[in-house]
Structure formats: structure tokens, C-alpha cells
Design a binder for this molecule. Structure first.
Ligand SMILES: [Zn+2]
Ligand SMILES: [Zn+2]
Length: 771
């Protein structure tokens, strides 16, 4: 280290490695090098700027590294990725050029460009603006192709630091002028801006206005876009909600308040039926925390799906709250993060990664809809935000609240063990009863001669509700029009060339699509093998929307699924359309969450069985959650109903969901898990071995499994191929580990297995703790 160079914990330093500099974090004060200097490098500079993390965040990152078997650097990157680092830029770096035909859907022109002019790596935004790339396809196609190349492992994401000077805080703001404009979208946008006085651009995007609409309004002179410093935080709260709590809400608030006052670690599970007013309880608890000088974090599954919830926190806490969401630009997110780090904010609302928000004195973390799988990150480090939140509160002696209508079995088990306190909100805050749920046996329907996708009960209910001008939500757990095509003459089913999966029919686009790797090809009327007639089976959102339109030609239908919500703001735009003009909303599970439309009085589940028979120990729990949540969208202000169509009417997940009986479901599911030694009764770790040559993959998996059998107290299952054994041209084998206490096996994985795997050239190892 150069003389006189001062480093502090959390500093970012430059270290020479070969011909280039890499960046590192300072994780402890300098120690004299005692033994060999091999492998040590001198630091040759410190990057300007405030420390990227403090001792508390370092401890949390150490927990993540230990728990999820990743390096401390990977854990720290996750903890501070949202912006504490000065201007990190993500680059995509080409690896070995893919052999011809491997990415059949990616145009040759794009491959030539990336492995030619751009072979040293590029920033995604630059590629999207590159003239040659734009000749290959539009922005959306480019994003899809790049996604496929990244997933296929031939493009690698890396983060680099570009400069290190802190930018002055700026946010983009829209203001209305006196100019009037025509056009419904632009008019609506201008009206919104007028109403707000000045509106952050990010908020306009979140409200469902596209960047194109905003640009148009600016070009026409109706709006004026400026940059301003974020308004300094007022240390005053916004308006407190003026609702009277129910007695259950009051009891929950008191219980939380009592423990918060004691300043000790405690965990609560808040089980509240849909519409019971959990957010009200969160806000009251946060008010107590702020009143005593502390800070709080609220995690939500995905802000674009639940903008109403985020708004309620902004309304309650005004400028003291930072909402970190996906509509912000990278720079705005960075600024938001910096404002939090500078102590200008006391409440952070955000998705998974907000669990690492750099607040200094967090005394409460609320995880809303804590059962949601989006809290688990599916790339390294594969952390679960609920477990990280628990550790953060344990370290800080604060309170963790897990709220849900259907708490996960893991959360419920902590209440059984006495490690968490169960608080219940058993009735809706509006006093409207939960909807009546009717289960329709589709096998019986078929036997009576109805071969259609809608049962007669669902058609009748639809007709009744549409006549009353009430709104209907239809859940179809698959996008596209049909789940697969099949030749009636020879039985041929079109499959993806790179994945062991049949292709989904997207009739509206005339395409067959792979839902794993996004490959697509034209939909043919004739069998490519025998020229026989192709038939489509199963049902998707497109098909259901089309059936509703043909049955009720005057009904206005909105479809919301992964195909119609590819841009920020699409969710809000479609939901707005549904609220203002449409009668029927057809969508995938994304419509099950958070929607609160008072005039929805019928929810139909078209096929409750999709997902029920998946080879996943959580299949029943997920189906129960989904049915309970989506039924809860019905009748929030006036009595409503739900109709669940299924071939498994007797399945406990369906039966208990139809009675809104969470207690009944866990009473059935807990002994099942216990008998099979699945979480929460054992720790589960999945090891994935992945590579292009199936022989190498199987052999490596066998070697790892053999090594693991030497670790005591671990049950080693497999290796066996994944339920979908081939994805994107790569073979995947899985080893499942079950154990009562995973600390020993995690150490073994980190110290023995991962070093072993790093020597392999044709396979890679993916460790997924608590899958
Ligand atoms: Zn055929
Ligand atoms: Zn595929």
C-alpha cells in the first residue's frame, strides 16, 4: 500500500491485476502480512466517495455469504448494488462464439456484430442504439435475443466502475404549460401533471404513461421537463390515515408497539385475510418507530404490480419515505439510495433488494405478502429476503413482521415453535364477507357433454355480472392461446430444439414459443412430419379472452400477461383501462396480487389444476395461495363470488382455498411435509450441475454426490435430471440435500465442492440453498 494511504471500512480501492485494475472493497483495517505474500496485491488507489457500506452491512453480507454459499464479494455486491457504488456500469462481454444454429432465433447479423465489432464487450443501451443492431430487429426483439444469449452463457454480465465522482442529485420533473393538446393519452397525462402541480417523470411512468407519450407531450409544448434537486426531506409526516381500526387491527398494533418499545429482536407473522387492512397495521407500527427516532423498511413483492400500496406509504410519510422502484432510471435509483444513505429518509419501500437499504437505525422490517416467491433471488447470491431481513433485525435488535393472507409453511412453523408470534386479522376491514367460492368439477361437466373451456356455471355467472355492469376477473395460469399443438394423425408435438419442453401456441402472433428460452417459430396448420391436421390443446390467456369476446360481443376485455406487460407502466396502463372502461380482465397470476377494484364481483379460475401436479414439494401450497389470493379480488366493496374450475375438486389445496380455510390447509400440509422431511422440517439445498455435454454433466454430478455422501447428517438424493432436463441446449442434473442443520454441509460445499467445481471445464455448479 502506498505510504500514507488511508483506507476505511467500506472504501472502494483499485488493485492492479495483470495489465488492468480491478476494484475491491475494504472489509477490515489493514493487517501486517505475516506469512507468504503470494496471492496478495498492493492497493494502488482509493476511489473517491463515501464508504460503500458500514460494519452492520458487512455483518449482513457475511451472513449472506455463509448461508447461501457465495463469496463475500458477491454478497457485498448484492448488498450495495442498488447504488452505493459510484456509477457502476453493467457491461455484456461475449464469451466463446456460439456454434451456428445454436441460437436459431437470433439473427446472424446480430451475432456477427457482437462477436465482431463489439467483441470487447458493450453496454446494453449502446447496443440498442447501434445502427447495425437496429437493422437486426426492434428494441423488444433485441432485448429478447440478448436475454437468450445471456441465459445461454455466451454473453456474460460484468459490472465496472466508470469514474467515481458523485453526481449532484437530480431528478426529472414534468410541469404543465398553458398549451392545450389533443389525444386521449396526452390529455390524461397533462391533466395528471396539472393536478399534481409538478410530477416526477418516474411517477408518470409508474402511472402507466409510456416514455413515448411523455416525449410527445413535451414535443407539443404541453409539458415542460426539467431537472431539479430532490426536495429536501421535511421531518414531518404526511397525513395520518383517518380510518378507525377494527378491534383485530388495534390488538395487532398494540402487540407490535409493546415489543418495539422494548428494543429487542422479535418476529411476528401477521395473518390477515384479503382486504383485512394489513397495510394500516404496518403504517401504525412505522409511526411508532419514527416517533421514537428509528427507521423502517417495507418490502413488497413487486412495486409495478402494487402501486396502490406504495402510494399509501407515500401518503402517510410524505418526504420521509423513499420508494425504490423499477420505473426509476439507474441514476435516479442511485440518487434515491444516496439520499437514504445520507440520512434524508427514514422509511424505505422497495422490492427484494431494499432489504439492504443503507438506513442507519432500522428497528422494523415489514415484509408484505411474505409468502411470495419473488423474495427469493434466482441468481447468485441466491438469497431469500425474508431470511436476510430476519438476520438484519437480529443484528439490530429490531422487529420483523411477515404479513400475508396465506403465510408460508416456514413462517407458520416459526409460530408453532414459539419463535414468532401469530397475529390474526380474521375479517375484512370493510366488513364485506369473503366471496362465496363455487368449485366446478370439470370431469363431471365433460361427462354431461360440455366440452368447452367454460363450465355452464361460469358462463351464467359471467352473463349475470355483465348485465349488472359489474366487473369480472378471469385467471388463466398460462399466457399464449394453447398449451401445446398435437398432430391428430401421427401424434407429433412441436418441441423446443434447445429445451426438453413442448412449445406454447401463440395464435394471435401466429407463433409457437418456448416459455423457457424464448425461441419461436411459425405456427403451421399442417404437421411437418406427416402433413396431418394439427390440433391445439390446453388453454391460455389469448384463447380465454377470445372466447369471452365471442360469447359476449359487447363486453370489453383487457388481457394482462407476460406478453402484454413488457414495458414499465404497462401494468398500470392495463389496470387503468380495466378500471375505466373494460368489463373483463383476463390474466395470469400477476392479476392475483394486490388488485383492489371495488366493482369486481366475479372471479373465475379457468383451470385450477395447472401447477397442482408439478414435481415441486410446494405445488399444493402455491395452488392454495393462488386460489385464495385471486378469490380475494372479488367482492371487496359489495358481495361477490368466485368460481374455480378444476379436474381435482377434492384436492386439499382446492377444497381449503374454496372455504378460505388457511388453518385447515396448514393442518393438512404440515404432516405431509413432516413425513417427507421437507422444509420447514428440514433444510433443503439443491445443487445443479449444468453443461452442454450430458455425459460430462452426469459424471460430475455423480462425483459431487459421492463426495457429499461422506458428510454426516445429510441425506443425499440423486443426482437425477431436472424435471425439465434440458434448457437452452444445456443439460441439468440435480442433487437434493436434506439435513437438520445445514451449517456443516454448507461449509463442505464452500471449502471442498465449489473449489472442485471450479476446476471443471465443461460443467458448472449452481448452489441453491432454501430453494
Ligand atoms: Zn403428423
Ligand atoms: Zn427452449
Amino acid at each position: 500500500m502506498p505510504n500514507g494511504l488511508q483506507v476505511e471500512l467500506g472504501a472502494v480501492v483499485r488493485v492492479p491485476l495483470g495489465s488492468r485494475d480491478v476494484y475491491g472493497f475494504v472489509v477490515s483495517s489493514p493487517q501486517p502480512a505475516s506469512q507468504s505474500l503470494d496471492g496478495l496485491r498492493a492497493v494502488n488507489g482509493v476511489v473517491e466517495g463515501p464508504p460503500a457500506f458500514d460494519a452492520g452491512m458487512l455483518a449482513l453480507a457475511q451472513f449472506v455469504a455463509q448461508r447461501y454459499c457465495c463469496s463475500l464479494g458477491e454478497a457485498l455486491s448484492a448488498a450495495i448494488v442498488a447504488g452505493a457504488l459510484p456509477r457502476t456500469v453493467e457491461r455484456l462481454v461475449p464469451q466463446a462464439q456460439p456454434e451456428a444454429g445454436r441460437f436459431a432465433s437470433v439473427p446472424e447479423r446480430l451475432v456477427r456484430l457482437i462477436w465482431g465489432d463489439l467483441r470487447d464487450g458493450f453496454v446494453l443501451e449502446h447496443l440498442l442504439r447501434h445502427a447495425e443492431a437496429r437493422r437486426a430487429g426492434d428494441r423488444r426483439s433485441l432485448l429478447r435475443w440478448i436475454g437468450a444469449l445471456v441465459r445461454g452463457g455466451v454473453l456474460q454480465r460484468t459490472r465496472t466502475f466508470e469514474g467515481a465522482r458523485l453526481q449532484e442529485s437530480r431528478e426529472r420533473v414534468l410541469e404543465a404549460t398553458k398549451t392545450t393538446v389533443r389525444g386521449p393519452r396526452v390529455e390524461a397525462l397533462v391533466a395528471l401533471v396539472r393536478e399534481a402541480g409538478a410530477l416526477r417523470r418516474a411517477d408518470a411512468l409508474l402511472a402507466g404513461f409510456s416514455a413515448a407519450t411523455i416525449a410527445r407531450a413535451v414535443r407539443l409544448g404541453a409539458l415542460h421537463e426539467t431537472e431539479r434537486r430532490p426536495q429536501p426531506a421535511r421531518r414531518t409526516a404526511g397525513n395520518p390515515p383517518d380510518l378507525t381500526p377494527t378491534s383485530a387491527q388495534s390488538a395487532a398494533i398494540e402487540a407490535l408497539g409493546a415489543v418495539l418499545a422494548q428494543r429487542r429482536f422479535a418476529e411476528f407473522v401477521l395473518e390477515g385475510v384479503t382486504g383485512s387492512g394489513k397495510t394500516f397495521v404496518y403504517i401504525a407500527a412505522i409511526e411508532r418507530v419514527l416517533a421514537s427516532g428509528g427507521q423502517a423498511i417495507v418490502l413488497v413483492p413487486e412495486i409495478s404490480l402494487t402501486p396502490q400500496t406504495a402510494r399509501r406509504f407515500e401518503a402517510a410519510f410524505g418526504n420521509r419515505v423513499a420508494v425504490l422502484h423499477s420505473a426509476l432510471s439507474e441514476r435516479e435509483r442511485f440518487e434515491g439510495w444516496r439520499a437514504v444513505a445520507r440520512g434524508e429518509k427514514d422509511v424505505v419501500v422497495g422490492a427484494r433488494s431494499a432489504v439492504f437499504a443503507p438506513l442507519r437505525d432500522v428497528r422494523l422490517i415489514v415484509v408484505d405478502e411474505a409468502h411470495e416467491r419473488t423474495y427469493k433471488q434466482d441468481s447468485t447470491p441466491r438469497y431469500h429476503a425474508v431470511d436476510v431481513a430476519r438476520e438484519r433485525m437480529r443484528l439490530a435488535q429490531g422487529v420483523l413482521v411477515l404479513g400475508s393472507a396465506t403465510p408460508s409453511l416456514e413462517a407458520f412453523a416459526t409460530t408453532l415453535r414459539g419463535d414468532a408470534t401469530l397475529l390474526r386479522l380474521p375479517v375484512r376491514a370493510t366488513a364485506v364477507a369473503l366471496p362465496n367460492v363455487k368449485v366446478v368439477d370439470m370431469a363431471a361437466e365433460f361427462a354431461r357433454g360440455n366440452r368447452r373451456i367454460f363450465s355452464s356455471a361460469l358462463v351464467e355467472a359471467l352473463e349475470r355480472r355483465l348485465q349488472l355492469r359489474e366487473k369480472v376477473v378471469l385467471l388463466v395460469n398460462r399466457r399464449g392461446s394453447a398449451s401445446f399443438a398435437l398432430c391428430r394423425a401421427c401424434g407429433y408435438v412441436p418441441e423446443c430444439e434447445r429445451c426438453s419442453l413442448s412449445l406454447t401456441v401463440h395464435r394471435a402472433e401466429g407463433l409457437l414459443r418456448c416459455h423457457l428460452c424464448d425461441a419461436q417459430r411459425a405456427l403451421a396448420q399442417e404437421c411437418p412430419r406427416c402433413a396431418g391436421p394439427m390440433r391445439e390443446f390446453g388453454v391460455g390467456t389469448q384463447k380465454v379472452a377470445q372466447i369471452v369476446e365471442s360469447l359476449f360481443p359487447s363486453a370489453r376485455v383487457v388481457r394482462m400477461d407476460g406478453d402484454t406487460t413488457t414495458r414499465i407502466g404497462d401494468h398500470a396502463r392495463l389496470l387503468d383501462e380495466f378500471a375505466q372502461r373494460a368489463d373483463v380482465l383476463v390474466g395470469t397470476q400477476m392479476i392475483a396480487k394486490g388488485l383492489d377494484f371495488p366493482t369486481v364481483t366475479l372471479v373465475g379460475v379457468v383451470a385450477a389444476d395447472i401447477g397442482l401436479h408439478l414435481p415441486d414439494f410446494r405445488a399444493a401450497e402455491r395452488t392454495f395461495d393462488l386460489l385464495t389470493q385471486v378469490a380475494g379480488r372479488s367482492g371487496r366493496a359489495q358481495p361477490g363470488e368466485a368460481i374455480v374450475q378444476t379436474y381435482s375438486p377434492e384436492h386439499p389445496a382446492v377444497r381449503f382455498a374454496s372455504h378460505h380455510d388457511y388453518g385447515g390447509f396448514v393442518g393438512y400440509e404440515i404432516p405431509e411435509r413432516q413425513a417427507l422431511r421437507y422444509p420447514p422440517f428440514a433444510e433443503l439445498i439443491y445443487l445443479g450441475v449444468i453443461g452442454r455435454r450430458s455425459g460430462d454433466v452426469a459424471a460430475a454430478a455423480q462425483r459431487y454426490a459421492g463426495a457429499l455422501r461422506g458428510v454426516s447428517g445429510v441425506e443425499v438424493l440423486g443426482p437425477a435430471p431436472y424435471p425439465v432436463p434440458r434448457v437452452n441446449g444445456e443439460w441439468r442434473y440435480r442433487i437434493a440435500l436434506k439435513t437438520q442443520d445445514g451449517s456443516e454441509v454448507r461449509t463442505f460445499i464452500r471449502q471442498t465442492l465449489q473449489p472442485m467445481a471450479r476446476l471443471e471445464r465443461t460443467t458448472r455448479l449452481v448452489v441453491n440453498v432454501d430453494p
